[in-house]
Design a binder for this molecule. Sequence first.
Ligand code: PXL
Length: 270
Amino acid sequence: MNSPVVLSIAGSDNSGGAGIQADLKTFCAFRCYGTTAITCIVAEHPGRVKSIEPVTPLRVQEQIELVSEAFPVKAFKTGMLYSQAIIEVVVQSIETHLKAVPFVLDPVMVASSGVALLHPQAIEGIQKLLIPQATLVTPNRDEAALLWGKPIMDLNAMREAGLDLTNRYQVPFLMKGGHLKGDQAVDLLFTHQGEETFIVPRIPHVDPHGTGCTYSAAITCGLAQGLKLNEAVREAKSYITQAIESHFESRGYQVLNHFKDSISREERKR
Ligand code: PXL
């Protein structure tokens, strides 16, 4: 196996910008071999979620089992998990098949369109069962506020929340400030070694869905390729920034461009 194998345990976004589809595109862009365990089928587009069909917990467990049977998974991520029952089988499967494998936990709770992607009662399952297993947790502003228990209105509050959460769980947190105000997009990484800041200029009026999925998938690839946590975050931040900058527009919706540097037809013919 020449490419590092990565696994995404997440929901399917048929519109291709978020969820499993965003993860697989990102895995390709990073030249990793992507595998999946689908937790839910979501019928949606960037502006609307129409319906959510959860996969039975047993099927989620089987997908993780079979991927692990055939492949040496080098890193994995979780995205939309939806229910307490799915969280519980994912935790068991990690214990059985993915122990000590780097794990990026994107605590997906609400779609950009405002629809809940996690049962409110299941937040506790994420906090108690899953976060303690993670190599990195990557909440956005709203997810961080729910985990922390207080609203986050500015960078100072984000820093305070990041310190508290990292202390509480003894696990690194990447606090993403993309949804804060200001002309810079600032993310703060908290580890037991301290704090590191990642800053890029904000790209005004562009907010495609799937940025969180794509960012965490890119970090997962960096870890699978043996990068240190802060290096993986730095490279992933650069990738997500380019995917936002070079976004596409379709009927008023913005979508990420996961392949800004993909090869042209001329190159393919050589
Ligand atoms: O961006 C969060 C997200 C994650 N996973 C799935 C989604 C979405 C947003 O729509 O559909 C499957």
